[in-house]
Design a protein around this ligand. Structure first.
Ligand SMILES: NC(=O)c1ccc[n+]([C@@H]2O[C@H](COP(=O)([O-])OP(=O)(O)OC[C@H]3O[C@@H](n4cnc5c(N)ncnc54)[C@H](O)[C@@H]3O)[C@@H](O)[C@H]2O)c1
Length: 336
């Protein structure tokens, strides 16, 4: 099968390409990625010379690039996005451009090329946030995005569904929890904390660290997408459930793995509108046969080891980047 993977140089996309080529060695994969600050071809350097893998540097918001990527493709798995909530607070318009317009360009080209499946990768953040006692999100929870990131992902989800309803494009959607695994950019919580600690620096924890996130290993995520491609019903959405933990619990797990104390935590100001809790009811996907195989308890250690052993990958990314925390604070100033 020939697949177009968009955003394959990013965190989850690169893990998905590795997973797919390992488990479906006869697939041909085209990776269309414009290589923003979040795109790292180094994550795929082991695929050099693999005849079943092709990289195209291209922008999903550009119809010519998308046309080139879509040639002869049966299945599209769409990861490409601006994905960092903090950045969306500082610069929302690029999120609208990439996540909404980019998805629309891909949907148009998918229709023209009569692809057999357009799979859209989305986030549980489109549903808003939950209180401590609220029931988990289901596929029927009304959308209530609260950040420019989640609003742009919500927009893309609606477009994907509209192309199913209006044009009969064969689509499926998965919305998932926060991912953890190798090759995640050190701007996101888990790799940021690991790499800070490996460099002997403190970790900035917002508020009291009480916010709750669900965590999903990238391999479990790839398996879920694979299953939905095989067995998912067209036009349907599947939530992918992770494991709930507070940010403080995650921080403590990392400190324990690295043999460090709580003096390495620096408590920083809570972000305005910081979503309190996300939780997903994964029964619909489980009914297709998916089960989570990884756990934080077992696999966070491996992720820490990966960052220990792969400084060549993340060290260059820790330097020379603008301080997003400061910019986020500044973005709020006029509103306070
Ligand atoms: N990381 C998570 O925990 C998480 C959770 C739920 C959903 N998601 C979704 O999964 C997908 C992948 O997330 P990720 O964490 O791997 O993101 P990422 O930021 O690590 O990677 C995004 C990739 O998309 C590419 N890209 C950005 N703009 C592009 C454009 N205009 N044209 C082509 N390529 C472009 C980047 O270069 C990068 O390689 C996203 O759609 C995100 O919304 C992520």
């Amino acid at each position: 099968m020939k697949l177009l993977v968009t955003g394959g140089a990013g965190f989850i996309g690169s893990n998905f390409i590795h997973y797919r080529l390992k488990n479906h060695p006869n697939d041909q994969i085209v990776n269309l990625d414009v290589l923003t600050y979040a795109g790292h071809l180094e994550s795929l350097k082991d695929l050099a010379g693999n005849e079943n893998y092709q990289f195209i540097k291209g922008d999903i918001t550009n119809s010519e690039d998308v046309k080139k990527g879509m040639e002869g493709v049966e299945t599209v798995v769409h990861f490409a996005a601006e994905s960092h909530v903090d950045r969306s607070i500082v610069d929302p318009l690029i999120f609208v451009k990439t996540n909404v317009l980019g998805t629309a360009q891909l949907l148009e080209a998918a229709l023209d090329n009569k692809v057999k499946r357009f799979h859209h990768v989305s986030s549980d953040e489109v549903y808003g946030h939950l209180g401590p006692e609220d029931a988990a999100f289901t596929e029927n929870t009304p959308y209530h995005p609260r950040t420019p990131y989640s609003a742009s992902k919500a927009g893309s989800d609606h477009l994907v569904r509209a192309y199913f309803e209006t044009y009969g494009l064969p689509v499926t959607i998965t919305n998932c929890a926060n991912n953890f695994g190798p090759f995640q950019d050190p701007e996101k919580l888990i790799p940021r904390f690991i790499t800070n600690l490996l460099m002997g620096k403190k970790v900035p924890l917002m508020g009291k660290g009480e916010n709750i996130r669900e965590w999903l290993h990238t391999e479990d995520h790839s398996k879920a997408i694979d299953l939905v491609l095989q067995k998912g019903r067209l036009g349907e959405t599947y939530l992918i459930q992770g494991e709930e933990k507070t940010n403080l619990e995650i921080t403590r797990m990392l400190l324990k793995i690295l043999g460090m104390g709580e003096d390495m935590i620096e408590y920083v100001e809570e972000r305005l509108g910081h979503d309190f809790r996300y939780a997903n009811d994964g029964s619909k996907l489980k009914a297709l046969g998916w089960e989570k195989e990884h756990s934080l308890e077992k696999d966070l250690k491996e992720v820490v080891s990966w960052y220990k052993e792969n400084e060549w990958w993340w060290k260059p990314l820790k330097h020379g980047r603008p301080n997003i925390d400061r910019k986020v604070q500044k973005a709020y100033e006029p509103i306070h």
